[in-house]
Design a protein around this ligand. Sequence first.
Ligand SMILES: Cc1ncc(COP(=O)(O)O)c(C=O)c1O
Length: 446
Amino acid sequence: MNMLVEPLQKFATNSLEQHWAPFTANRDFKADPRLIVKSEGCSLWNHKGDRVIDGSSGLFNVAAGHGRREIADAVFAQMQANDYTPHFQIGHPGSFALAAKLSAILPEPINHVFFTNSGSESIDTALKIAMAYHRARGDGQRIRFVSRERAYHGVNMGGVSLSGMVKNRETFPVVMPNVVMMRHTWTPENTFVRGQPETGAELADDLQRAVDTYGGSTIAAVFVEPVAGSTGTLVPPKGYLERLREICDAHGILLVFDEVITGFGRIGKPFAADLFGVTPDIMTMAKALTNGALPMGAVAVRDEIYETVTGAAPDEAIEFFHGYTYSAHPAACAAGLATLDIYEREGLFEKAAANADYFLDAIWSLKDLDAVFDLRGIGLLAGVEVHPVPGKPGVRGTALQKKLFWAGLHVKFTGDTGIVAPPLIAERSDIDEIVDILRKVLGAEA
Ligand SMILES: Cc1ncc(COP(=O)(O)O)c(C=O)c1O
């Protein structure tokens, strides 16, 4: 055990009782804790001093790898110069610099950025922007939103209302009304299809059915993850996103891409909008915006949306009654600027694209294992779905996440799908190591 791990172990394991951990089986975890006490590059070290390779980039956010000195230095310098400025009616230069730098890599004409502190807050903010935009145009009768089965849009009440994952909503029945669900895009015939399936584009016609049922003029926006991430990497069928765009255009409905996972190079282009060649009206982001170093999210909108909402208010009046104490926190802005610098300087989006085939080949080498039910993936994002324990969905996935951890690999499981997403800095040897451990552990499953 090294010098750093030992004292931290004593501290960290002193008492686990008081912290109610999120999305965690608390009683089980506290009986068999899995703590990380050090991280660097693609590596984590657990409280026993063992190395664990990070196969999910933390929670898909640590794209440039752990322990980036440039980010820590930028945050430290910012905290010393100016630790906090509220952004209500005053401000600080970092937010404008970050918004400009982010706009430069966003698709045209998406050039205006509202900062939040998480993906969940980005979703609530996007819902409100959609409402504010329609109201500013005198189109306030658009009271409906469209989402999708198996969608994950975070955990605030807006995101829960849009959620298509039963466990995330059945305990919380009092949600936003008027949300209509489209079907998800997974079909049995697309099992083991790599990249975009050839079939399934017609599932986008569920949006047309909502239009035909409720009237297109009552629908404010449709929210989709371009690649559904948390539900296990559902890659959109060819033509699907294009069809959604067409239907939205025909009926004045805003198209929102939730790029909280797909943004910042994860699937081989800066954003999914670039890869699929479909430009939404609103994009939500978070996670890799600061490389996970500090909490931050963002909502980016087309020029026309910003101009309509800000133009509709009288002079000197606040145009959009929304914002957080920590919107555009100076330290988070410094972390964001340093992170975007790293992506650019190290060409990490291009590196992800260059390694994508190698990564997906490695993942598809698991196809022969009896435990594997399906493989899906695009860029450096893959879903490895195992057969469930009969009648007990999710049980095998939870057990596997623990087994993999003790075998030296961190992979986030949702239900029975492991979501594999190595940091964009990963070398091919890191990918080999991740897949070797997957093979060993999944291969031992009955
Ligand atoms: C697509 C998507 N939207 C929103 C969120 C919520 O982000 P956060 O956990 O930062 O609130 C997530 C988190 O995984 C996500 O994957």
